[in-house]
Ligand binder design. Structure first.
Ligand SMILES: [Mg+2]
Length: 279
């Protein structure tokens, strides 16, 4: 159902989970009217969390970026990243040895914060010391040599291999897309015939984490919560499966022209559709 005003819709809920890219932010910066909308919701006492499949930067880095864009009230503790979910897994699962990673040095923070020793895949000298492999970011490595290094590192060994950002693609300027971490991992999975451990939407860990987090201070039922996202295959199906209401925005991955077709083709139906959160 197409709804006119996002604010009118939002006021029917007590908590809102926002995806970041394509919803609060777009290629050019903030989404028009986004910061004002968030301030209004805050002032009305509506709980806000940001659920992002971004394991390239920490919560505080992302909060700083939001403030630069005009989102004054988004704190780092409001931001829940897929990197955090991978970190929680590593913390419990990897008790000895080093963790190899693909990504930038900044993204390796999630490995270090899990209490593990991080080593860039290009720097691995003794594969026997490696007890886990993490796909963190699509930058910070040489796609040719380092992807081959990953394949050689894991192909004959049974070590947990983790994908900390499940997105296949991300939108860039001019309506184009670029290959994201989840897409790179999928490529490696397909050549090795393996299935890695994926963290991030649409899997339920992030929704669970966010729901438990808002319930620390007050009591929320699932019917009190709305998930807002621009991607049917992550945000919307994830919210639907978790059992909360979902709203598709047309300011990111899903275009105003094709969204009806996309919904029919994928069978993933949002409860609401709006142009953007600023409308
Ligand atoms: Mg998005």
């Amino acid at each position: 159902m197409k709804t006119d005003s996002f604010l009118t819709l939002a006021r029917r809920f007590r908590a809102i989970f926002f995806d970041s890219y394509g919803v609060l932010k777009v290629a050019g910066g903030k989404v028009e009217g986004g910061p004002e909308l968030i301030e209004t919701l805050r002032n009305e006492g509506i709980e806000i969390r940001v659920l992002t499949n971004d394991s390239s930067r920490s919560q505080s880095n992302q909060a700083t970026r939001f403030r630069e864009l005009g989102y004054q009230s988004i704190r780092s503790s409001d931001i829940i990243t897929s990197g955090m979910m991978a970190k929680l897994f590593l913390k419990e699962k990897i008790t000895s040895g080093k963790v190899a990673y693909l990504g930038t040095e900044a993204s390796a923070r999630y490995v270090l914060d899990a209490g593990c020793e991080a080593v860039a895949v290009s720097e691995v000298t003794n594969p026997d010391e490696i007890s886990g492999m993490v796909f963190l970011d699509d930058e910070g490595f040489d796609w040719n040599t380092d992807l081959n290094a990953v394949i050689n590192l894991i192909r004959n060994r049974n070590i947990p291999t983790i994908v900390a950002n499940t997105d296949y693609l991300y939108p860039t300027a001019g309506g184009k897309v670029a290959l994201a971490t989840g897409g790179i991992a999928r490529l490696v999975e397909s050549v090795l015939g393996r299935k890695f451990l994926h963290f991030g939407k649409p899997d339920t860990q992030m929704f669970n984490y966010a729901f438990e987090d808002i319930n620390l201070t007050d009591s929320f039922a699932k019917r009190d919560v709305l998930m807002v996202g621009d991607t049917l295959g992550t945000d919307i199906i994830g919210g639907n499966k978790f059992g909360i209401q979902t709203c598709l925005v047309l300011s990111g991955n899903t275009s105003a022209k094709n969204y009806n077709q996309d919904i029919v083709r994928t069978g993933i139906g949002p409860d609401f559709v709006v142009e953007s959160i600023g409308t």
